[in-house]
Design a binder for this molecule. Structure first.
Ligand SMILES: [Zn+2]
Length: 95
């Protein structure tokens, strides 16, 4: 049983690149060209899009909580979460 809609994992390197910059993208720290690059990849890559939406929702939720100010600890945990998702997206590649 072969599924023609299932890609043979062709773009993991690109996904890892994207995840490395996702938190910067969420913080609007990237320039317009980099933002478009990421948006273009998200549109073409449903797994990345799903991860991004989860991350975005989490960040928005945290920012809405005045009783829990965004601290350095949150930033650190966010980066860890991003790194974990990036590792999952690029599983199988060892450096
Ligand atoms: Zn991707």
């Amino acid at each position: 049983m072969t599924d023609p809609h299932r890609p043979p994992e062709p773009h993991h390197a690109h996904c890892r690149e994207l995840f490395a910059r996702l938190s910067e993208y969420l913080d609007r720290e990237l320039d317009e060209i980099q933002c478009r690059e990421i948006e273009g990849h998200l549109n073409a890559c449903p797994p990345c899009q799903a991860c991004f939406e989860t991350l975005e929702r989490t960040v928005a939720l945290c920012r809405q909580m005045p009783s829990r100010p965004v601290s350095g600890d949150f930033a650190r945990r966010l980066r860890e979460a991003v790194a974990r998702m990036g590792a999952a997206a690029g599983a199988g590649r060892t450096s």
